[in-house]
Structures are given as structure tokens and as C-alpha cells.
Design a protein around this ligand. Structure first.
Ligand code: 4NP
Length: 174
């Protein structure tokens, strides 16, 4: 296998996190996953992005509370909100829905089994029993709710990375 530096865009693993507004949960997930792979020194294996199913907040930075919760973990979020496009099914290998409503919206946009197979509920990768399947929407909540989201997406990012590395047979020195 080529070293991470030698990987062309084609051979990179392309991961897209999706929520409704792209200002709370999916940029938090994008930042957590990016931070995780950077710390492991395998950032160059990946293309990582996020988007929303809606157009509500196009071009905006993540919500201030999302950025505050991420900053407490040493993560700086600079993503600008964009809407999911059908072409994202071609551009990405994995499309991670933050909740079941996002999942339903994404499935309704997918054409064919190939595209549908790329879509997963993000929290299914979080370890542990009895979890809610959804990353809760913190938009109408408090900073504490955003911190809870930050903690959920960090744990789910760990599980997702493990899944991806196993699936792709990637070996690296931690
Ligand atoms: P997100 O949260 O989908 O996690 O970015 C929301 C952001 C904005 C709205 C709802 C949820 N909104 O209704 O504007």
C-alpha cells in the first residue's frame, strides 16, 4: 500500500458529515474526526467535509456555541455551511447522517443501491449499549447541550475511524 503522502485524491477515503443546518452537529463531527486523524498522523489518508440538508445557514461559520465547545477541546472550527448536493454521493465514500431525519432526507436523494450504501447513521459507530441513535439537535439548547454533542461526536469519530481502518486494511503506527 502507498504511504499516506503518496495517496492521490482518488485513493483517499472521503468522509462527509451531514446534519440539518451544518452549523452545529456536522461541523462538530467534521472537526472531531479531523482532529483525531491529525493526532494519529494519518490526516493525509482522508478528505473530510460536512454539509446540511437545508439552506438555512449557507456560508455561515458554525454556531458560536459549537465553536466554543470545540475550542475547549483544542479544535478550531472554520468550516462554512453548505447544502448537500446529489454530486456529493459521487465525491464521498461515506455519508454520515447525524440523526434519523437527516438519514431519511439523504435516502430520499439517493439514486440506487450504490449511493444508498454510502449513507450511515453516525452514532452507530459510537461504542456502548443503549445509546440514542441520534446526535441530539442542540440548536435551541444551552452551551451544555453543545458540550454533550461535542462529547458524542468525539466518541463516534473514534468508532468510525476504527471501522474505516479495518475496512480498508490500513496499518499505521499509532
Ligand atoms: P444542525 O442544527 O443541524 O446540527 O446544524 C441546527 C441548526 C439550525 C437549525 C436547526 C438545527 N435551524 O432551524 O435553523
Amino acid at each position: 500500500m502507498a504511504s499516506p503522502e503518496e495517496r492521490s485524491l482518488d485513493s483517499k477515503i472521503k468522509v462527509l458529515f451531514v446534519c440539518l443546518g451544518n452549523i452545529c452537529r456536522s461541523p462538530a463531527a467534521e472537526g472531531a474526526f479531523q482532529d483525531l486523524v491529525r493526532k494519529k498522523g494519518i490526516e493525509s489518508l482522508f478528505v473530510i467535509d460536512s454539509c446540511g440538508t437545508s439552506r438555512y445557514h449557507l456560508g455561515e461559520l458554525p454556531d458560536l456555541r459549537t465553536r466554543q465547545a470545540a475550542r475547549k477541546k483544542g479544535i478550531e472550527l472554520v468550516h462554512r455551511a453548505r447544502q448537500f448536493q446529489k454530486s456529493d454521493f459521487d465525491a464521498f465514500d461515506l455519508v454520515l447522517a447525524m440523526d434519523r431525519s437527516n438519514l431519511k432526507d439523504l435516502l430520499s436523494l439517493a439514486s440506487g443501491e450504490e449511493e444508498r450504501k454510502k449513507i450511515h447513521l453516525f452514532r452507530k459507530f459510537q461504542k456502548g449499549e443503549g445509546k440514542d441513535p441520534d446526535v441530539p439537535d442542540p440548536y435551541y439548547g444551552s452551551l451544555k447541550d453543545f458540550e454533550e454533542v461535542q462529547s458524542i461526536v468525539s466518541e463516534a469519530a473514534e468508532g468510525l475511524l476504527e471501522f474505516i481502518l479495518n475496512k480498508n486494511g490500513v496499518k499505521y503506527a499509532p
